[in-house]
Design a protein around this ligand. Structure first.
Ligand SMILES: Nc1ncnc2c1ncn2[C@@H]1O[C@H](COP(=O)(O)OP(=O)(O)OP(=O)(O)O)[C@@H](O)[C@H]1O
Ligand SMILES: [Mg+2]
Length: 258
């Protein structure tokens, strides 16, 4: 794929019980962009991400990934290109051992077993989970499962990385390592998260979603300085931008005077 573009045009989706989760979502993400998808609980973030590799099919509208409009016939090719880390690691890990789970994707790509083993070890090393390789995934802690599910996607060498709440359950050191990993991934990435400080560190652009609609699409710093928009979309400023209750300063070094 030459350009790792992700585009959505007027996506509408209702769950079988009638809940309208997406109501006309459109955006265009260019090759190499790092984009956050932010919004309150139930805003539609996971539903939107699940459209990007065909886990859900829109009632109306379309998705385009690189050169492919996402259809039933291009879905397998798209899934090789879009690596998706699910919100719930239990949706992703289903093999008897961590090694088999992380090897599952590369084996499906038809890679030789020596290369698969190399990819498994490298991906687990990147998320500091090499020591878990022989463990059954269902016995891991929440944060360990999260790291293994990220490794399972990295092992596929995706062109586009899509992560749904990747820092949930991670301890501060693992979170910092993940941020560094994301910064080193130079291809297109889309991150749905409530970790707005991660957004500040990793994503130059943010999409704000509220009740299934995109309320704003722009530079992260501009979005976080728009208090009316944050209030309307039930978001709060990242901690970094909130004033210190004692001195009034922020961790960006600005001080309230007077
Ligand atoms: N399987 C389902 N059946 C019916 N409604 C659903 C289903 N999954 C999600 N929804 C509803 O669709 C809407 C969007 O949910 P979604 O999971 O996309 O939100 P989200 O932004 O990812 O929230 P969170 O921050 O809690 O992860 C919500 O109203 C939710 O209740
Ligand atoms: Mg979600």
């Amino acid at each position: 794929m030459s350009h790792h573009i992700v585009a959505a045009e007027n996506l509408c989706y209702s769950y079988p019980d009638g809940t309208q989760a997406l109501q006309g979502v459109s955006f265009h993400i260019s090759h190499g962009e790092s984009v956050a998808l932010i919004g309150a609980n139930g805003a539609g973030k996971s539903t939107l991400l699940l459209h990007l590799n065909g886990y859900l099919t829109p009632r109306e509208g379309r998705v385009r990934i690189g050169d492919f409009p996402l259809t039933r016939s291009t879905r397998d090719a798209v899934r090789r290109s879009v690596g998706m880390v699910f919100q719930n690691p239990d949706d992703q890990l289903f093999m008897p051992t961590v090694r088999e789970d992380v090897a599952f994707g590369p084996l499906n790509l038809g890679l030789p077993s020596a290369e698969v083993e190399e990819r498994v070890c490298e991906a687990l090393r990147k998320v500091d989970a090499r020591h878990l390789i022989d463990r059954p995934p269902y016995r891991l802690s929440t944060g360990e499962k999260r790291r293994v599910s990220i490794a399972a996607v990295l092992a596929m060498s995706p062109d586009i990385l899509v992560l749904d709440e990747p820092t949930t359950g991670l301890d501060p050191r693992s979170r910092r390592q993940l941020i560094e990993l994301l910064l080193s991934f130079t291809h297109t990435k889309i991150v749905a998260t409530h970790d707005l400080d991660l957004v500040m560190d990793v994503c130059e652009r943010s999409l704000v979603i509220h009740e299934g609609r995109i309320l704003a699409d722009g530079k992260t710093e501009e979005i976080f300085s728009d208090e009316a928009l944050l209030a309307r979309s039930h978001l709060e400023k990242p901690l970094k931008l909130q004033g210190c209750p004692v001195c009034g300063g922020t961790s960006s070094g600005k001080q309230k005077i007077g």
